[in-house]
Design a binder for this molecule. Structure first.
Ligand code: FE2
Length: 354
């Protein structure tokens, strides 16, 4: 165990628990804000009608046009609504794309952002967001993009389809697992990360059979919140570098690449974190890399890059580009190792446990 370390974490205020969306009006009063721009997707406006209702006279305007990847035209339209309706706070309800639009408004206006996440991506806990400009995703990280308040209400996520639960859940697991072996990891974050892994694994197992189970939704939301904190505090590693290349080159959605790649990277790095792996194995009943791939199958999510339409003849180029973007790893890694790992991921093989 490291006995000398730095710990750093900026976190929004987190209000956690089923039914907590009803605390939104009081939180707005605490912040001295009264004119909300409420942002959702089109479907979200119907699904989360209760949030608009609870705002009552605090709701100044609604914008239900949030879409994936946050195109700049959409961001400009939302910003225009915020300004013309003289809003003083932005509230978002939804997943990473909706939350990202809220971050954009917060950065452009300086207004506080209150977000109610409904997926497990953990985006609500970070100051990272992306905007699509001329077909190119421009990632930004700005202090003002960190939400003021996150209201994690697991009851809002009860209707999340199992596919999105699986993909964003594996992303959350990846945030916790990578936190175990990145250079900034420390005893504080590692304990939290192991708790997050435990919560997410048990919850996803349960949700595979009972997608609306509120206790499992609550555990999953707890683990996802930890995952978001881990990105903020210690950052990401080799697994995310590979997923980002797959997203950039082949538009593979982030959650889906997580489902496929995570078991293989964990199998590779497991010898660097033997104690954490033993803890995970005691929860999962098998080597965690193998158990996670089984979980992905049980959830009906993809286990191979082939299923995600990544061409077989592109694997060598992806390995080359990924290797050049890996800036650290707990074990030595070379291009041949990344290629082998990606070939196994393409074919959906069982991860090669060393
Ligand atoms: Fe991620």
């Amino acid at each position: 165990m490291k006995t000398v370390f730095d710990f750093f974490c900026h976190s929004p205020t987190v209000l956690f628990g089923a039914g907590r969306f009803a605390d939104l009006p009081v939180r707005l009063e605490q912040l001295g804000k009264s004119r909300v721009l409420l942002i959702t997707t089109t479907g979200g406006a119907r699904r989360y009608r209760a949030v608009a209702d609870v705002l009552a006279s605090q709701l100044a305007a609604s914008f239900d046009g949030a879409v994936a990847h946050c195109p700049i035209e959409i961001a400009h339209a939302a910003l225009k609504t915020f300004r013309t309706r003289e809003c003083d706070v932005v509230v978002t309800v939804g997943g990473g794309s909706t939350i990202g639009l809220g971050k954009y408004i917060a950065v452009e206006t300086g207004a506080p952002h209150i977000t109610l996440p409904t997926t497990l991506s953990g985006s609500e806990m970070t100051p990272l967001f992306g905007v699509l400009v001329d077909g190119e995703k421009r990632s930004r990280r700005e202090p003002n993009a960190l939400a003021n308040t996150v209201i994690v209400d697991p009851a809002l996520a009860q209707s999340l389809p199992i596919r999105e639960t699986a993909t964003t859940g594996m992303n959350a697991l990846a945030h916790c697992i990578e936190a175990l072996y990145v250079p900034k990891s420390n005893p504080l974050t590692s304990q939290l990360a192991l708790t997050g892994i435990d919560m997410l694994y048990r919850a996803l197992k349960k949700l595979a059979d009972e997608p609306t189970d509120l206790e499992a939704r609550t555990q999953a939301a707890y683990g996802a919140t930890i995952g978001g904190l881990m990105i903020n505090s210690v950052g990401i590693g080799m697994h995310h570098r590979i997923c980002h290349i797959l997203g950039g080159r082949f538009k593979v959605p982030h959650g889906e690449s997580n489902c496929v790649v995570l078991p293989h990277v964990l199998a590779y790095n497991a010898p660097a974190i033997p104690e954490a792996c033993a803890t995970m194995e005691s929860v999962m009943g098998a080597h965690p890399a193998v158990a996670l791939q089984r979980l992905v199958r049980d959830l009906g999510a993809p286990v191979s890059l082939r299923e995600l339409d990544v061409p077989a003849d592109s694997i060598a180029a992806i390995a080359d580009e990924s290797f050049r973007h890996i800036d650290h790893n707990p074990l030595p890694v070379d291009e041949a190792a990344v290629l082998k790992l990606l070939q196994a991921a393409w074919a959906g093989q069982e991860p090669s446990v060393r």
